[in-house]
Design a protein around this ligand. Sequence first.
Ligand code: SF4
Length: 199
Amino acid sequence: MPTRAEKLRRANRAMRREVQAFNVRVDAEVREQLTNLDGGVSCTKGCAGCCRQLTVTTSAEAQNIVESYPNLVRQHLPAFEAQDKALEAIAAAQGLPPELTNETRTALSNEWWLQGHSCAFLANGLCTIYAQRPIACRTYFVRSDPALCHDPEVGRAVDVVQPRALLTGFAHLLQVGARHGDASVAALPTAILHAWKRH
Ligand code: SF4
């Protein structure tokens, strides 16, 4: 009879396999859609303006990241804890519940960006978990001036390309999580800390 810990490990491994297979499909769909896009996008390697915005992810994706990069996640745990507390403080200052919901998301995201946070996985302008970055990152592209993604004083990107994959991807990833006992959506730092506890 497998122990509870062994069952969790198996569920996490299965979740990882499913998310990674899904990421391959998403990338293929995004490639096809961007190839057929008039005028292309202005995103370039090393730009990373979007990595300074609040990233939202599903529990299944966070588990995949933790299982795929355990040493990197361990190394950044203090940063994720600090960012999780910063989010709580932003919510408290605005009288909002700390959970990320459709109602709280815009207010939390705006203040997060204005405070100048950046993703703990970003190093020297590059994503250190690029192959397994969340769907919110792998489907975010803009056609507007990259400066709009970088500088809160200038404003947010105005011409965001939203690949079809994003529209159905969150629902699919929540189903993956549900099959393995953990289906939720949270800000990336919160989701990573949650997944680390299951690891
Ligand atoms: S996971 Fe990677 S791509 Fe996504 S915000 Fe973080 S550094 Fe950027």
